[in-house]
Design a protein around this ligand. Structure first.
Ligand SMILES: Cc1ncc(C[n+]2csc(CCOP(=O)(O)OP(=O)(O)O)c2C)c(N)n1
Length: 565
């Protein structure tokens, strides 16, 4: 006699080294939850809404490089995963999502809680499966883990009908994965690598443009070695933050829409752009015809579909970033670029990242202090909005997997559940969420999950009672007609925090509070919400407006103290 599909699933998850399953139960997954009770190796984390289960699994994966797992019931449970799956897909995060489905004989009948989740998630998963026969389950689970974590990582969904979970199974886990038609190319073409080395040797004004691919391939050491060897400045995308230490003299910080002025100038003026694990997102390029106009553009990426997608590439290399950089390092010698680096230094001095550093409470100042107090030794998750951009600009990240944010989809509600996943993955680490009052209210119920799991996450909440990044867009694009962006019904967030057991609620209302309150929050060992009362009138600078090139950015208007009403 065999075991049930549900028991087999749990056994194989154990075999894959799964420690946490983030989930929410329902009728279609009763057997899976029942089998989960027997596991000594896997802990179930009950979230408050399925979207948070995917985000938590994603936070876990981003903090560790391991595949994150989430579990939901059929129908509404499954559809609640959609935003999280799209978020993970856009950011290439390895996930396996398991959903329950109505019995195979009921599929297509509009049965209670039936939804075609494989159809719905087709464009937002790397691959998905509907398991029609329990015999296929072992192979499918193994393939799902393989596909999620190899090549360009991504989410994979497995939809398991009720009768499949309860059917008996004799099959065992296959010894190895056999997937025809799926063979990621890891080793870059030697001739192309040689050509890149030649372009590097000839370049006078090189810039390295590093993205999330550097982090997902664990290539930060190689990146640093390359930058130092060829004496080239490094700018990162939002997803690439942490791939290169921002306290390094070759660091240009982030480029693009809200990037640093010096990164935007350097990319516009460079003669060689060494793009590594990036996707030439529109937030990075600005007007595409004005992007890196003087440069030979080279691109290293594991995913051939990325090459030439948005920008014409002079020299493509398809392969794993770490392996390609290792090969490249064998071929490039030391270089100096004195003139280029002194030009960059001049830009840094003339156009630093700025904000009104006056006696008002400024969100940028809070982030800067947070960076100083933690010295980059924390995992910081963010939500989406101005606070996210200021965190990217002012925190000064020094290591990989320390900045976890929804880059591609820009998903509000990501920060807290991602922090739950990251803190479970790294119990010894300080985990901080920087959020806005809009984003926080999308998933603040996850405070309950964090309480239950006893996670000492620090939530730095910028409360301006506004959706202020949208307000900023309306400032520029709608002639300051502010529509649908003000909250008048916000709770008292300090009281809200304190309504949970053993959660601290703190408040920062003026500049002098910043250091002492942050210090208290960072050292109290508890789940803590720090509400920072900031102004909705603050704007993120610099900003590249539509159809403009990166060098045409709007700078911080120094004399106006950051206010423009
Ligand atoms: C789920 C979702 N809905 C809508 C948006 C559009 N959006 C982008 S930023 C933003 C405002 C965010 O406000 P808040 O979280 O308070 O952050 P702030 O900009 O004030 O720092 C909105 C509504 C989004 N990114 N995600």
């Amino acid at each position: 006699m065999g075991i049930t599909g549900a028991q087999a699933l749990i056994k194989y998850l154990e075999k894959e080294g799964v420690k946490y399953v983030f989930g929410y139960p329902g009728g279609a997954v009763l057997a899976l939850y029942d089998a989960l009770l027997e596991s000594k190796l896997i802990k179930h984390v009950l979230v408050r809404q399925e979207q948070a289960a995917v985000h938590a699994a994603s936070g876990y994966a981003r903090a560790t490089k391991k595949t994150g797992i989430c579990l939901a019931t059929s129908g509404p449970g499954a559809t609640n995963l959609v935003t999280g799956l799209a978020t993970a897909y856009m950011d290439s995060i390895p996930l396996v999502a398991i959903t329950g489905q109505v019995g195979t004989d009921m599929i297509g009948t509009d049965a209670f809680q039936e939804v075609d989740i494989t159809g719905i998630t087709m464009p937002i998963t790397k691959h998905n499966y509907l398991v029609k026969d329990v015999k296929d389950l072992p192979r499918i689970i193994q393939e799902a883990f393989h596909i999620a974590s190899t090549g360009r990582p991504g989410p994979v969904l497995i939809d398991i009908p009720k009768n499949v979970s309860s059917a008996l199974l004799e099959e065992d886990y296959p010894a190895s994965v056999e997937l025809r038609g799926y063979k990621p190319n890891y080793k870059g073409h030697p001739a192309q690598i040689k050509n890149l080395a030649k372009l590097i040797a000839e370049a006078q004004r090189p810039v390295i443009y590093a993205g999330g691919g550097v982090i997902s391939s664990n290539a930060t050491e190689e990146l640093r070695e390359l930058a130092e060897r060829i004496n080239a400045p490094v700018t990162t995308t939002l997803m690439g933050i942490g791939s290169f230490p921002e306290d390094h003299e070759l660091s240009l910080g982030m480029l693009g829409l809200h990037g640093t002025p010096y990164a935007n100038y350097a990319v516009t003026e460079c003669d060689l752009l060494i793009s590594i694990g990036v996707r030439f997102d529109d937030r990075v390029t600005g007007a595409i015809q004005k992007f890196a106009p003087q440069a030979k553009v080279t691109h290293i990426d594991i995913d051939p579909a990325e090459i030439g997608k948005n920008v014409t590439i002079d020299l493509p290399i398809v392969g794993d970033v770490a392996l390609v950089l290792k090969d490249l390092l064998k071929r490039v010698g030391s270089q100096e670029h004195h003139t280029w680096l002194s030009q960059i230094q001049k830009w840094k001095e003339e156009h630093p990242l700025r904000y009104a550093n006056d006696d008002q409470l400024r969100p940028q100042y809070i982030i800067e202090k947070l960076g100083e107090l933690t010295r980059g030794n924390a995992i910081v998750t963010t939500d989406v909005g101005q606070h996210q951009m200021w965190t990217a600009q002012f925190y000064k990240f020094v290591g990989p997997r320390s900045f976890l944010s929804s880059g591609g989809l820009g998903t509000m509600g990501y920060g807290l559940p991602a922090a739950v996943g990251a803190q479970l993955a790294k119990p010894e680490s300080l985990v901080i969420t920087v959020t806005g009052d809009g984003s926080f209210q999308m998933n603040m119920a996850e405070l309950g999950t964090a309480v239950e799991q006893k996670l000492p996450i620090k939530i730095i909440l910028f409360n301006n009672s506004y959706l202020s990044l949208v307000r900023q867009l309306q400032h520029y694009h709608c002639d300051q007609r502010f529509s649908g962006v003000a909250f008048t019904g916000n709770p008292d967030f300090v009281q809200l925090a304190e309504s949970y057991q053993n959660v601290a609620g703190l408040r920062i209302a003026k500049k002098e509070d910043v250091e002492p309150v942050l210090q208290e929050a960072l050292s109290n060992g508890k789940l803590t919400v720090v509400e920072c009362r900031v102004s909705e009138q603050e704007l993120v600078y610099p900003v590249v407006l539509p159809n403009k090139g990166l060098n045409e950015m709007v700078h911080f208007p120094a004399d106006e103290g950051g206010r423009y009403e």
